[in-house]
Design a protein around this ligand. Structure first.
Ligand code: FRU
Length: 501
């Protein structure tokens, strides 16, 4: 099948063929069907000729590919990134006698301009008609894009990037057709060359009864790690103005492969804790058009795992922290437990999974009885090995320094590119009052997603990294050393079931 290539992720979404970038138009409908659109070049394996591709899922893991949803009129146009909403109350007037009308709000890119446009769907998001009154916003700019629309009490709210001015504009509208500029957020956080793909979303925060909002801004290039990255700002929103809680720019992901992400419209109504659901583009503009899946397997780019997101206000050292979890804790794809050990203290656990056809695994290491304000151990490492080639993908904690977590994809040989950085590290939010911490990871053939901190009572860190092995990873070793008296280390590994077979 199209999805059987050795580098093809088995639990992450990727397009059937050709080039994909940003998630677009993400929403969940009243029946609980998740709609994901995406920047898509249906004719080539590199970016260009931008359309909106489309897939749907009952659970955010098992996807059905559909016909392209929105196409340009000619080769000088690109249907760039944007969002979609369900216009339940027919504010737009496009939907007399129906409550499931969908409106897509996107940027039309031409050689000379970027304007904001609408397309509406009477069949719940499968086919769209372009609005005859387009554009709905035209400020005479060629760097003005990526509208993300939400509903606030009694009106629509759009966040949008004035890309090279480092400004996020907030617009309001009663009907999605006429928009009024309400406020600007300017020059916050890392700037790089340009701001892209802003999202403003309501998000739960522990211990907080007032509504909290999260603003995320992607920048490219100019990330601290190089190339593309996403930063976030917790704050308040009153319907027209966003006010960040503090002046800090916080990093969404310490890896290099989580960009241009988007929250699903209305997803907070479909999760138990009212948490919005996020999905990112698991790549980086620095090398996305060179990755080997193009020549080898005919596709390029996958999405990150879908993640629920919430804020905590008391993370160790940094205060506000975004804590994400794989949607439904991976339940729709979690398979058999491959191995478990109650004691990998000063020892190791080896799991060989060459006969696991999905090639996708989830591992979890739990460290308990950690004394307050001290280190639990000397080292805690994980190492994936491709036994046919000797390639390794590894990482772990090296306690005793201020930057205790590292990960290394430099011994995976499938992509030799100066920007495909080998090593990453992060300042892990060590537990100060909690005596447990967790290291988790999903390796899905060519995507590794690491999570430090478990459910994140004191903060957590997310690391997403692509890695293209020449042979299949088929073994995982988990090892600890120098473990302090009384501290216990347990580990377990599960198979992940392919969603494509
Ligand atoms: C982000 C981005 C957006 C733009 C789209 C074009 O990756 O550059 O700003 O709308 O990609 O494909």
């Amino acid at each position: 099948s199209l999805y059987s290539g050795p580098l093809r992720p088995q639990i992450h979404y990727s397009p059937p063929v050709n080039f994909m970038n940003d998630p677009n138009g993400a929403f969940v409908d009243a029946n609980g069907t998740w709609h994901l659109y995406y920047q898509y070049n249906p004719t080539e394996i590199v970016a260009g000729n931008q359309h909106w591709g489309h897939a749907t899922s009952p659970d955010l893991y098992h996807w059905t590919n559909h016909e392209i949803a929105i196409s340009p009129e000619n080769k000088y146009e690109g249907i760039f990134s944007g969002s979609a909403v369900v216009d339940v109350n027919n504010t737009s007037g496009f939907f007399p006698n129906q409550t499931n009308g969908v409106v897509a709000i996107y940027t039309l890119n031409t050689n000379v301009s970027e304007t904001q446009q609408l397309a509406y769907s009477h069949d719940g998001g499968y086919t769209f008609t372009k609005y005859s009154g387009n554009p709905v916003i035209d400020i005479g700019s060629s760097q003005f894009r990526d509208p993300k629309v939400i509903w606030y009490e009694d009106h629509w709210v759009m966040s949008i990037a004035y890309a090279r001015d480092f400004v996020i504009g907030i617009y309001t509208s009663p009907d999605l057709k006429s928009w009024t500029h309400a406020s600007n957020i300017s020059h916050v956080g890392f700037l790089g060359l340009q701001y892209e793909c802003p999202n403003l979303v309501k998000i739960p925060m522990d211990g907080e009864t007032e509504d909290t909002y999260l603003l995320i801004i992607s920048i490219n290039p100019g990330a601290p790690q190089g190339g593309s990255f996403t930063q976030y700002f917790p704050g308040t929103f009153n319907g027209t103005h966003f006010t960040p809680f503090d002046g800090a720019a916080r990093i969404l992901d310490f890896g290099k492969d989580n960009y241009a992400g988007q929250f699903f419209y209305d997803s907070d109504a479909h999760t138990p804790g009212g948490e919005p659901v996020f999905v990112g583009w698991a790549s980086n503009w620095q090398y996305t058009q060179q990755v080997p899946t193009g020549p080898l397997e005919g596709w390029r780019s996958a999405m990150t795992l879908p993640r629920t997101a919430r804020l905590i206000s008391n993370a160790t050292r940094i205060g506000y922290d975004l804590v994400t979890r794989p949607y439904a804790e991976l339940a729709p794809v979690k398979g058999a437990q491959l191995a478990h050990s109650d004691s990998v203290s000063n020892s190791s656990m080896q799991v060989n999974y060459a006969n696991l056809t999905s090639g996708a695994v989830y591992f979890q290491v739990t460290v308990t009885n950690v004394p307050n304000n001290t280190f639990a151990m000397g080292t805690l490492n994980f190492t994936f090995t491709a036994s046919a080639s000797g390639e390794t993908l590894s990482g772990g904690y090296f306690f005793g320094g201020d930057t205790p977590f590292w990960v290394n994809r430099g011994k995976v040989r499938g992509l030799d590119n100066p920007f495909f950085t080998d090593k990453f590290s992060t300042v892990y939010l060590l537990p100060e009052t909690s005596n447990t911490f967790v290291l988790e990871g999903v390796l899905d053939r060519s995507i590794l997603e690491l999570e430090l901190g478990g459910t994140g009572a004191r903060g957590s860190e997310l690391g997403t990294l692509l890695a293209y092995p020449e042979a299949r990873f088929d073994a995982l070793n988990i090892a600890s050393a120098g473990v302090n008296e009384g501290v216990s280390v347990s580990a377990a590994v599960w198979a992940l079931n392919s969603v494509w077979s």
